[in-house]
Design a protein around this ligand. Structure first.
Ligand SMILES: O=C(O)CCC(=O)C(=O)O
Ligand SMILES: [Fe+2]
Length: 415
């Protein structure tokens, strides 16, 4: 059976301040009874150490006991220790923020472990809160008729819509081949060059990276739609609307944003040495809020060819079904890694829960635009928490720039 796109279990309306004492006494036993077996299996598979959470001088340790997990007071021997403020704890316990979100905001404090240990607990924690398993020995990729799915399939516009919708839910991504006109793509490439002088570093609508010779290059332009009538036409055109309906299938999808930030245009220069250009494996829901917004869909529009010479998007098939830790994805992924080579006019689609990265161009620059769709809001949900993460994402360029200026560059997972 195809996987469900709508994974929302929480609404912003129901958020409240919860203390660690309350959470571990009241919520934890209920969650452990429901999802403890998934967490225990994940701890075993990842050989993860226990997690101690410290809040204002008190500590709790979450650890495996047989086929489930339990909590003890205090810091157990060998545990990785994460120190949270009461506000951070409350956000973390309600999936408003993940450790990765605190890390990107430079607010993560931990000891007695590495970032890989903390990353493992991001996955184990989402398994506890949301029942998203960390491993699944029986994971299969099947087509609608139960035959093995070819993960290299590219769907042309005349492919069966039911096959497209199924592939997305089963594999977590899509390659849509020849959906847009390459001549329009060439026009948009020219629009990008005309738009570039309107962007400068620090304008909070563009991201910049340093290339080998020390030059700062613009790598991402927000509000690009204002500079590209062709892009505007595509997004309001019949092909686009048809694609929205095909992807949505039983789920109603809406354009992710309706404002000027509906679409961003990316340059992928050769030879980037620092800055947020070629982002390594991450999930778009990995800052937090998976349970409030997932799955949304990110659509990439290939403006120039993408492949081995100019880098491409690559995805980890099935990683929306198996919460493989991001740090494991980077080093020893246990699901298929699929590169998506595209021609101008092709589209890529990935779910917000699917691990993906962009590989650096080697010989020639690449250009791509990203936009997307979100699930239609739940009845009565106001989405009031969306803005803060959006702002955090937008601030990534400034965070990185300050650190490079200060000479303390560190790898950052974007989004
Ligand atoms: O740079 C790319 O091609 C992917 C970008 C991405 O995944 C993101 O911005 O979240
Ligand atoms: Fe992403």
């Amino acid at each position: 059976m195809a996987y469900n796109l709508d994974r929302r279990t929480r609404r912003d309306e129901d958020r409240h301040h919860i203390t660690a004492g309350e959470f571990f006494a009241q919520e934890f036993p209920r969650l452990a009874a429901k999802h403890g077996h998934l967490v225990a299996a994940g701890i075993e598979a990842l050989a993860a150490q226990p997690l101690a959470v410290e809040v204002e001088g008190s500590a709790w340790t979450v650890l495996r006991t047989g086929a489930t997990v339990d909590v003890q007071s205090g810091t157990a021997e060998g545990a990785v220790v994460v120190t949270l403020t009461p506000g951070q704890f409350s956000d973390w316990a309600q999936n408003q923020m993940a450790f990765n979100g605190f890390s990107v905001a430079r607010e993560l404090r931990f000891r007695n472990g590495t970032i890989a240990d903390v990353s493992a607990w991001d996955s184990l924690w989402i398994a506890l809160l949301e029942g998203w398993p960390v491993t699944d020995d029986n994971l299969s990729f099947l087509d609608r008729h139960g035959a093995p799915l070819d993960l290299a399939t590219a769907f042309t516009p005349d492919a069966d819509p039911a096959d497209i919708a199924h592939f997305l839910r089963e594999a977590g991504f899509l390659h849509l081949k020849g959906w847009l006109d390459p001549e329009d793509m060439a026009r948009i490439v020219a629009d990008m060059d005309r738009a570039l002088p309107h962007y400068h570093e620090g304008d909070r609508k563009s991201w910049w990276a340093t290339v080998k010779d020390g030059t700062r290059c613009c790598v991402r332009m927000q509000e690009f739609i204002e500079h590209s009538p062709t892009t505007a036409q595509i997004l309001s055109g019949e092909t686009w609307d048809r694609m929205r309906r095909v992807l949505g299938d039983q789920d109603e999808l809406a354009q992710k944003r309706a404002d000027g930030r509906i679409i961003e245009a990316l340059y992928k220069p050769v030879g980037v040495v620092s800055g947020p250009s070629d982002v390594d494996f991450h999930r778009d829901c990995h800052l937090g809020r998976h349970a409030y917004i997932c799955s949304s869909l990110t659509v990439g529009i290939a403006l120039t060819p993408a492949g081995q010479g100019n880098g491409s998007l690559q995805v980890i098939a099935g990683s929306h079904r198996v919460a493989m830790p991001v740090e494991v994805a980077k080093t020893r992924p246990y699901l298929p890694v699929v590169a998506l080579p595209t021609e101008a006019g092709d589209l890529t689609v990935h779910l917000s829960c699917t691990l993906h990265e962009s590989t650096p161009p080697v010989f020639a620059e690449r250009r791509v635009m990203y936009t997307g769709f979100r699930l239609a809001p739940l009845a009565g949900a106001n989405g009031s928490g969306d803005a803060s993460l959006g702002e955090l994402r937008e601030s990534v360029n400034d965070i990185l720039r300050n650190e490079y200026d200060g000479g303390t560059a560190a790898g950052v997972t974007v989004e």
